[in-house]
Design a protein around this ligand. Structure first.
Ligand SMILES: Nc1ncnc2c1ncn2[C@@H]1O[C@H](COP(=O)(O)OP(=O)(O)OP(=O)(O)O)[C@@H](O)[C@H]1O
Ligand SMILES: [Mg+2]
Length: 368
């Protein structure tokens, strides 16, 4: 999958932009605050209709403007025009100029794997951040996963509310609770199965990539879930055992809402032991693994965005990462300096020089 053309209107610090991209590698360079991340963010918004940044959605609109438009031509065997329109109240999406009513029908079309420095939160942050990241990875490939996850979360809320009600009414058993619990476990087992399979797939690639980047060590993701190794009956038994505790707390203690994962480097948790650089390399190895899993599942590679990849990495790691890039994967790299081009073996690329929301230079080089 490749983006051939991007058009922006009033997006962040871009008043107007029209840009053609290289099918393999695009290097976006410029000073701090020039608009490099904004440009790759626009590509991300085109695909997912939302940003990867935590800022409020309305900040995507150029200060002082009322709305923004992001438009792009994506080539995935055939060419399609995608449009995202956003004003302060609403968001509209179009495919080939036809309005698409359901966002979920739009989002499933363009696939993007992104690395952003905030992704280190996947290692450093709380279990809930790790689950969120995992959910984003899996649901990009599987919309059913997202549907079942929403069902699970609704049932969990209902069950917790009902537990509180039971405590007030001094009830210790209830047929209704049993029904909720059974449905909750059905949805939870589906999520568990998809998470486990996905992480098994990641693990089948992860260490190879990590090794190619760093030259050493053994990296593996360890997934933990209270359902591990149990069938439905055993899970229901466990929930029954925890019922009095659940009633006291008004909360469900067993289930996939408590899942967690850990990146283990030579058996040690990177969250506690890893350096910034090690954590970054681990996440990058994870992103490379994701690309391969996408390809296995869909037959094509997603668009790959690497924002601010190079900070904190030594030159050797940077070179190793650049060597891993495949020409069939359209890749976007943002950087404040172009030195990488002189010391790496990259031959075909487009370089795009950004200053203050404008493209002030672009040039293309293609190896014979
Ligand atoms: N809605 C907006 N309207 C106008 N300008 C904006 C808006 N949102 C962000 N900006 C501006 O965009 C600039 C930041 O752009 P961006 O994050 O893309 O920089 P960058 O080139 O990635 O920098 P760095 O090298 O530091 O990562 C800032 O100057 C910011 O003020
Ligand atoms: Mg940036």
């Amino acid at each position: 999958m490749k983006i051939e053309l991007l058009k922006l209107l009033n997006f962040r610090n871009y008043q107007k932009l029209e840009m053609k991209f290289h099918p393999s590698l695009n290097i976006i360079y410029g000073k701090n605050g020039s608009g490099k991340t904004n440009l790759v963010e626009a590509i991300y918004v085109l695909g997912l209709t939302r940003s990867f940044r935590l800022s409020q959605e309305k900040t995507l609109i150029l200060d002082g403007a009322l709305s923004t438009k992001v438009e792009g031509v994506i080539n995935n065997r055939y060419k399609t025009l995608y449009t995202v329109l956003l004003n302060k109240e609403a968001k509209k999406v179009k495919i080939n100029d036809n309005k698409v009513a359901k966002l979920s029908d739009y989002i499933s079309k363009i696939t993007i794997v992104l690395f952003h420095p905030d992704d280190l939160r996947f290692i450093k942050d709380t279990p809930s951040t790790r689950r969120k990241n995992l959910n984003i990875s899996i649901s990009e490939m599987n919309l059913e996963y997202l549907r079942v996850l929403n069902t699970y979360n609704k049932l969990l809320k209902q069950r917790n509310a009902y537990l509180k009600q039971m405590l007030v009414n001094h009830h210790e058993t209830s047929d209704y609770l049993d029904i909720l619990t059974s449905k909750l476990v059905d949805a939870g087992m589906y999520i568990y199965d998809k998470r486990k399979k996905f992480l098994q797939q990641v693990n089948s690639y992860l260490n190879t990539f990590y090794h190619k980047i760093t030259g050493l060590d053994e990296l593996v993701i360890n997934y933990s879930c209270t359902y591990e190794g149990k069938n439905k009956e055993e899970i229901l038994n466990l929930m029954q055992k925890n019922l009095s505790k659940d009633l006291m707390l008004g909360k469900t203690s067993i289930g996939i809402h408590g899942d967690d994962l850990a990146f283990l480097l030579d058996g040690k948790n990177l969250k506690e032991y890893g350096s910034e650089g090690q954590q970054k390399n681990a996440i990058i190895a994870y992103k490379f693994s994701e690309l391969e899993i996408f390809k296995e599942k869909t037959g094509f590679y997603p668009i790959f965005i690497l924002d601010d990849l190079f900070s904190e990495l030594d030159q050797e790691k940077v070179l190793n990462i650049l060597k891993l890039l495949k020409s069939e994967i359209q890749t976007f790299i943002t950087t404040t300096n172009l030195d990488i081009l002189s010391f790496s073996s990259i031959h075909s690329y487009k370089q795009i020089h950004i200053e203050d929301g404008h493209v002030i230079g672009e040039s293309e080089k293609n190896a014979k």
